[in-house]
Write a protein that binds this ligand. Structure first.
Ligand code: ZN
Length: 321
């Protein structure tokens, strides 16, 4: 049993408008759903992705206006990366600078070029070039962006976990999720689904005795792996429990079904189903443009809408230079 790769990544932000502007306009992602946090309906839940929100492109945010900035550290997913075409690095470096998001120095990791930068809340993001032969990495390009199709982000590349110990979490990746250990570079241990799908790689950076993260804006809340069917999700859930880790019941998240469990290293993992997807409660060409609520919140819509900060989904932001 093996996951095909990452399904979605969920993080915390502070200001909803700043978050919308950055991910839509600077990174060129499509807003594929505007809803609320089902466990906290006073808070938005934004989903970004490719045109349809394909699993492996889905990035989601809870913008909590009153939280402090997070502090990166152990026991969390400290960074994630998008794949970009092998010849798009200079395009992206220039674009980030144009908008005032100066990337850090480029790096090479397992042979691929890495461009690190931070989002407006300090979330650590990376763009990683695909090998030139990786034509099979395909997303559904969005029309809602001025980024030429040939340079658009190609979905998730990897997530980096910062951990006190490698082994206990590595066991979850390999024994439960079916990833394979493929190598070590310094303190970085790499695991891959080797599936030819988006979001194949999980890196563990071993940081013994380093301080733990403090959760806040710019922190990754959890990472979700794909289950192709509800049955496969139940099988993953049993496998998690089999190695002594408690897992939640299956929870209906409207666009997928979820099971959550806390890994021994402290990071919250989720197993999410590929179906039903985002086009179930609004047409594909209108995704994200109105506030969608699950049926169990509809009777409270007026109150929920009143408590959410006003947003302009299509506000145009300018270059800083
Ligand atoms: Zn999730």
């Amino acid at each position: 049993m093996k996951t095909l790769g990452l399904h979605h990544i969920t993080a915390a932000a502070k200001d909803p408008q700043t978050n919308l502007d950055f991910y839509q306009q600077i990174l060129g992602q499509r807003l594929t759903k505007t809803t609320v946090n089902f466990d906290d309906p006073g808070t938005y839940h934004f989903y970004y992705g490719d045109y349809t929100g394909t699993p492996g492109t889905a990035l989601t945010f809870f913008p909590w206006a009153h939280i402090n900035a997070g502090q990166p550290g152990n026991r969390e997913a400290a960074a994630f990366s998008y794949s970009i075409p092998h010849n798009s690095l200079s395009f992206w470096a220039a674009r980030l600078k144009q908008f005032g998001y100066n990337p850090s120095r480029e790096d090479i990791r397992f042979g691929d070029a890495v461009l690190p930068f931070q989002d407006p809340d300090g979330l650590h993001l990376e763009l990683i070039t695909l090998p030139s032969q990786s034509a099979h990495i395909s997303i559904i390009p969005t029309l809602h962006s001025n980024i030429p199709e040939e340079h658009q982000l190609r979905g998730f590349n990897s997530v980096t976990l910062w951990l006190d110990e490698v082994e206990p979490t590595a066991r979850v990746l390999t024994e439960v999720l079916g990833l394979t250990f493929i190598g070590q570079e310094g303190h970085r241990y790499r695991y891959s689904t080797q599936s030819d799908e988006l979001g194949q790689i999980i890196d563990i950076v071993h940081r013994p005795n380093a301080h733990s993260a403090r959760f806040g804006a710019g922190s990754i809340h959890h990472i979700a792996f794909r289950a192709q069917t509800d049955q496969q999700q139940l099988d993953f859930r049993s496998a998690v429990q089999h190695i002594g880790i408690p897992a939640t019941e299956v929870i209906d998240r409207q666009y997928f079904h979820s099971v959550y469990f806390r890994t021994p290293g402290g990071v919250l993992f989720e197993i999410a189903t590929d179906l039903p997807g985002f086009a179930t409660d609004e047409p594909l060409d209108a995704l994200g443009q109105t506030l969608k609520l699950p049926v169990w919140f509809e009777s409270r819509r007026a109150m929920i809408e009143q408590n959410l900060a006003p947003i302009d989904r299509n506000r145009k932001i300018a270059y800083v230079r």
